[in-house]
Design a protein around this ligand. Structure first.
Ligand SMILES: *[C@@H]1O[C@H](CO)[C@@H](O)[C@H](O)[C@H]1NC(C)=O
Ligand SMILES: *[C@@H]1O[C@H](CO)[C@@H](O)[C@H](O)[C@H]1NC(C)=O
Ligand SMILES: *[C@@H]1O[C@H](CO)[C@@H](O)[C@H](O)[C@H]1NC(C)=O
Length: 407
């Protein structure tokens, strides 16, 4: 069945266009596979799994209808440099010392400091990412204008409207008080999920009500500017060179934006870079050693795989097959998925530290690996617990960090 989805014969494509109308309605997504979106939409009337998934998706979308929009201009703390349009966030795991001025701030890995939430941009951006994506997908599958118009309002407010827009940089992300006014690793605030927003905008650009061609053009320009910052600033360069999940996400994000803005060569060169990362940072036995040293080692192992699997989806669109790629000792994305399977399915304990072990966080990356042909992942995927809010994979076949979205 999945094979049919991925390699549809021409007549099937013709059937789709007859059912759905013009091909211009097919969204030009960068991570999601547009062929699979069309396929799922065509199946809706008669496929029970897809229909049940739509109930979960619209339940989530309905909750977002009454929330947002959000804006960086709404924060009550002035960011370093004084421009309210600059995104700003505070390092979540740093805590003030017991000194009179609180300096120096101390890192307690994995332990969230609630004071960091005083910079509201971080929480607001998470809601903006998730709501725009879910609402756009809900519009795509139901055709109900309310979902698209709210998604459009959310994206316009965050990225476009002059009084509320965010400047296209992350100069002040993950600030450590007493020490700096922002850090390269703050790019993770965006890279971990921003490519879903690209897909949301791509869906809206396929004739959704409430998203005009000038909105689409303004959003495109924002991305050209943001990609330029990511590629030329010192923070952008440092983050792409990071050896752990930060580097994987940064490269994947730049590849996604490059594809979205039409720079296919840059996207392809990022995909090539990713091959050397697979050889270097995934062990022959599939362990991601740098993620295993964390206090939330299962979470970070799945997190890094979200970046690898999303990158594989982007790379496929520019002719690079990262799923098939293997390092000289057999290092591969599938092998890294296989490493987490016994713990994800509950067959074995996870033998490394994790402050909050959540097996459902692996669901999407295992789906991705299974669909790309990994038989071990295929056999395991139904044994992994379903995330809160339901398994959206049949309608949203691109990995997300599921525990981050639900905590
Ligand atoms: C800004 O904050 C106010 C007060 O919390 C809220 O009512 C409003 O919806 C927010 N607007 C945006 C665009 O964030
Ligand atoms: C500061 O002191 C309080 C109370 O003694 C203690 O609970 C806390 O862990 C200390 N914090 C640091 C960063 O040392
Ligand atoms: C996996 O390979 C790494 C790197 O060679 C090694 O350090 C680690 O002990 C191995 N883990 C298992 C479970 O075999």
């Amino acid at each position: 069945m999945r094979k049919q989805t991925l390699f549809m014969p021409f007549s099937y494509l013709v059937l789709h266009s007859l059912v759905l109308g013009a091909w211009s309605l097919v969204p030009n997504t960068v991570v999601l596979d547009k062929t699979r979106l069309v396929d799922a939409k065509v199946r809706l009337p008669f496929d029970e799994t897809v229909r049940k998934t739509l109930v979960s998706l619209t339940a989530q979308a309905d909750e977002w209808l009454s929330q947002g929009p959000w804006s960086v201009a709404n924060k009550t703390i002035t960011p370093p440099g004084g421009d309210i349009h600059d995104y700003a966030s505070q390092a979540p795991y740093y805590w003030a010392s017991n000194t009179s001025d609180g300096c120096p701030w101390i890192n307690r890995d994995g332990v969230h400091n609630p004071d960091a939430d005083k910079y509201t941009d971080h929480n607001d951006r998470g809601k903006m990412f998730q709501s725009s994506y879910i609402l756009s997908l809900a519009w795509y599958y139901t055709g109900q204008a309310k979902y698209a118009t709210h998604a459009g309002t959310i994206l316009r407010t965050w990225f476009i409207t002059p009084s509320t827009r965010m400047n296209p940089n992350l100069n002040h992300a993950q600030i450590v008080p007493c020490a700096n006014t922002g850090r390269s690793i703050g790019i993770i605030d965006f890279s971990q999920q921003y490519t879903s927003v690209l897909d949301a905008a791509a869906i809206l650009a396929s004739s959704a009500p409430g998203w005009s061609s000038s909105d689409a053009a303004a959003f495109q320009q924002w991305n050209v500017d943001f990609l330029d910052w990511l590629e030329t600033s010192q923070f952008g360069k440092d983050e792409s060179a990071a050896t752990n999940n930060h580097g994987t996400f940064a490269i994947m994000q730049s590849a996604g934006i490059a594809l979205f803005t039409g720079d296919r060569d840059l996207a392809a060169s990022k995909a090539t870079t990713m091959k050397s990362r697979i050889s270097t940072y995934i062990s022959a036995n599939g362990s991601q050693q740098l993620e295993l040293t964390r206090t939330r080692s299962f979470h970070y192992s799945t997190f890094d795989l979200v970046a690898y699997t999303r990158m594989a989806a982007i790379a496929q669109k520019v002719g690079v097959d990262l799923w098939a790629y293997q390092g000289s000792q057999g290092q591969s994305i599938h092998q890294a998925v296989n490493f987490i399977l016994p713990a994800a399915t509950g067959a074995q304990d996870w033998p490394y530290p994790d402050l909050d072990f959540t097996p459902f966080s692996a669901k999407d990356v295992v789906h991705a690996s299974a669909d790309a042909g990994n038989s071990k992942a295929k056999a395991a995927v139904d044994k992994i617990p379903v995330p809160p809010g339901g398994d959206l994979w049949p309608l949203r076949p691109a990995s997300e960090q599921l525990d981050a979205l639900n905590s």
